[in-house]
Design a protein around this ligand. Structure first.
Ligand SMILES: Cc1ncc(COP(=O)(O)O)c(C=O)c1O
Length: 484
């Protein structure tokens, strides 16, 4: 037994792992006597303590058993073909990982999910501005809640979410988004992605149809595929989702997933007429609407629009929101406002997806951040910052890329949608842009079919003003090289 005296793995662990391996490989056989702790310690030139600890562990785990009379032997109940899971710590992972022969089967669902949707999120649809984030206030609030040992923070939290956080959210949503809700209807989730996921699992059986905007947010498609549902792409025009098309194509769909305030990625707002048509369809058919209201705080032209949920008199809308855009993505705080009769089912699925709750600490910190007025101040400040960047991005496109990029969509959100000339492949442009570290998303990634024209989503949330023209200039050269 070669021991590593300077290594990270404690001696008792090395000794017990050696015995486990020897038993597994048949080097030591069931019933075979092992050396006494004293003899082994002497042979290994170590004190008896690690050997005693190793034997204790091996006996507790059932590898060894005390021998009738005196001494210890390999447990007689160990089956011949015994093969315990690989152990931590000694061998390099690549050496110990089992090497399967050929491809092994995974579920059809897993195969359907294959694709870089989340990588795309990370790369292109990245971060909010961090320069203006009130880090002093934030860290003070984190300290306030993390200084003491607290069962509330360190134990399992309320599955619906920390109650005072839900109360603060309910007030905010009522005042600023005209969402009708009681805190008991709010389910706090780990990002809004989890809310989309839970809604799909709670409302759709395998192969049920769900309307999905064409084009759509790739995260929603992932949620539907993971639930085994059948997405039905419904085109979006300048008035939002073409409800008539949805009715003609899949009237019996169970759910419609929409981004009415700021369609992702076409950046249009759903008209009042379409909102009413969609709500009437859902009421008539007993269908559900999932409203993904991911960035409506940032609307630069005109007043903020009321939510679809606020217009709904039949309790058919599940309102999904996130703090990713107004705060920062790693906070992973999202929520769903669920009609009262669905709360129990959403709760059951929340429990099944990630056991219990989103960490309470950040919910507590966020509660104070809202209650003490920092949240509304931060949103107000960021609105001005983003509006300036948006203007600069649009101006740079006009100055630097006229004829190559055409700005489309409403004055809202944290990206500019820029259409490419007909026939230019946005994926190719984005691949080249990524090589130059330019964070752009593509329209075609969001389509089930082929878009009439390719386009880029240009995030401006986390780019400095002075870099905006440089970014557009770099894109211009990539695009003009592609056009030629
Ligand atoms: C349409 C849409 N919904 C939701 C989200 C946010 O997801 P999460 O709250 O999981 O970070 C995004 C993020 O970019 C988005 O674009």
């Amino acid at each position: 037994m070669a021991l590593d005296f300077g290594g990270e793995v404690p001696l008792y662990r090395q000794i017990s792992l050696w015995f486990q391996r020897a038993i597994r490989t048949g080097q030591l056989l069931p019933g075979q006597r092992v050396p006494s702790t004293r003899a082994l310690a002497k042979e290994l030139r170590v004190s008896r303590i690690p050997v005693l600890s190793a034997y204790e562990l091996l006996i507790a785990e059932g590898y060894l058993e005390p021998f009738a009379g005196a001494g210890t032997c390999v447990s007689r109940s160990i089956p011949d073909a015994f093969s315990p899971p690989e152990k931590v710590g000694l061998a390099a992972p690549e050496a110990s990982a089992p090497q399967p022969k050929g491809k092994r089967a995974v579920s059809r669902r897993a195969l359907a999910m294959r694709g870089p949707a989340q990588a795309w999120l990370r790369g292109c649809h990245g971060c909010t501005d961090l320069q203006h984030f009130p880090i002093g206030i934030w860290s003070k609030l984190v300290r306030r809640h993390s200084r003491r040992i607290s069962r509330e923070i360190m134990g399992y939290g309320d599955t619906m979410g920390y109650r005072p956080f839900r109360e603060a959210l309910a007030e905010y949503l009522g005042a600023f988004r005209a969402v009708h809700c009681d805190p008991s209807q709010i389910l706090v989730t780990t990002g809004s992605q989890q809310a989309l996921q839970i809604s799909a699992l709670a409302l759709l059986d395998c192969d049920d149809e769900a309307w999905l905007e064409e084009p759509a947010y790739p995260g929603t498609l992932q949620a539907l595929k993971a639930a085994g549902a059948r997405p039905v792409p419904v085109p979006v025009d300048r008035h939002g989702l073409d409800v008539e098309y949805g009715i003609r194509t899949a009237n019996d769909a169970r759910v419609a997933y929409v981004t009415p305030a700021h369609q992702f990625p076409l950046s249009v707002t759903m008209s009042a007429a379409r909102r009413i048509d969609l709500l009437s369809w859902a009421a008539r058919n007993g269908a559900w609407i999932v409203e993904d209201d991911y960035d409506s705080e940032f609307r630069f032209g005109g007043n903020p629009l009321a939510s679809l949920q606020g217009l709904d008199t039949e309790g058919r809308v599940i309102y999904v929101g996130t703090l990713t855009k107004v705060m920062f993505p790693a906070l992973r705080l999202g929520f769903a406002v669920v009609p009262p009769d669905l709360v129990e089912s959403f709760l059951d699925l929340r429990n099944a997806t990630d056991t219990v709750s989103t960490p309470t600490l950040h919910q507590m910190v966020m509660t104070d951040f809202i209650r003490e007025g920092h949240f509304s101040r931060h949103i107000k400040k960021m609105r001005a910052v983003y509006m300036e960047r948006r203007k600069a991005m649009i101006q740079a496109i006009r100055d630097e890329a006229d004829g190559l990029l055409e700005v489309a969509g409403d004055d809202a959100g944290l990206y500019v949608l820029a259409l490419l000339p007909s026939g230019v492949d946005d994926l190719q442009i984005a691949t080249r842009a990524h090589r130059m570290n330019l964070l752009v998303g593509t329209l075609s990634r969001c389509y089930a079919g082929v878009p009439a024209r390719g386009g880029l989503t240009l995030d401006y949330a986390n780019i400095e003003m002075r870099n905006i023209p440089l970014m557009v200039r770099a894109l211009r050269s990539i695009i003009s090289a592609g056009v030629r």
